[in-house]
Design a protein around this ligand. Sequence first.
Ligand code: SAM
Length: 222
Amino acid sequence: MGLFFRPLPEWLPGSSSSSLQITTSGECRLFDVEIIRILFLFFFVVFEIAFLSFAVFVLASGFISQAKGAPYVPLPKKSIKNILKFAEIENGGDFYDLGSGDGRVLIEAVKNFRVKRAVGYEISPWPYWKSRFLIRYQNLKEKIDIFKEDFQNSDLREADSVFLYLYPEAVKKLIPKFKEELAFGSRIISASFPIDESGKLDLKLIKTGKIDRFNLFLYEKI
Ligand SMILES: C[S@@+](CC[C@H](N)C(=O)[O-])C[C@H]1O[C@@H](n2cnc3c(N)ncnc32)[C@H](O)[C@@H]1O
């Protein structure tokens, strides 16, 4: 003998037999088990595929960053304000971050340091798209441009300040660009490593400092 709860509507697949049936013995018989099982499997597989694709995307991004010049290791948010204070960027000029990660340095520069325009170059897909999202979310699109490009292809002629948080070898490769494109009086802030000046860069070291665990070097093109 069976007791029926709420028969399912006709239009549902298998509705003629699809209802929860509880027998007097307390045994619960689910006629829709098959549909539920298929739905569950479907969502599980979709979730797994999405999760795996995202993991592959993030991993591949990590490899690209590493291969191109520096891993994606963003500066801690709490250090950025003091680093930018050290960099003396409050001159209303154009601020560049070569290897801009998720855009946090550019965002801070625009929000709290009155730079006229902030420009980032980021080669790796995951931080690039994250920065695009964060900039759009904070309505800063008018003031920040991010290019998904190798910073070797950047155009630095308009830059007043250039921020670098990269491996020394990557910075070394940028030296010819600095020589050729940077205007006199423009500044470079390098976090963690000094710039190897053996290539006669025509840079004057203005000051050095340390904020949190980051050694900082501020140069001016002469
Ligand atoms: C150490 S992270 C710094 C991120 C950001 N500037 C910050 O301070 O939070 C270095 C970034 O440079 C990017 N990068 C490395 N080589 C690059 C290249 N050749 N062109 C553009 N971006 C590059 C990496 O993908 C990574 O996001």
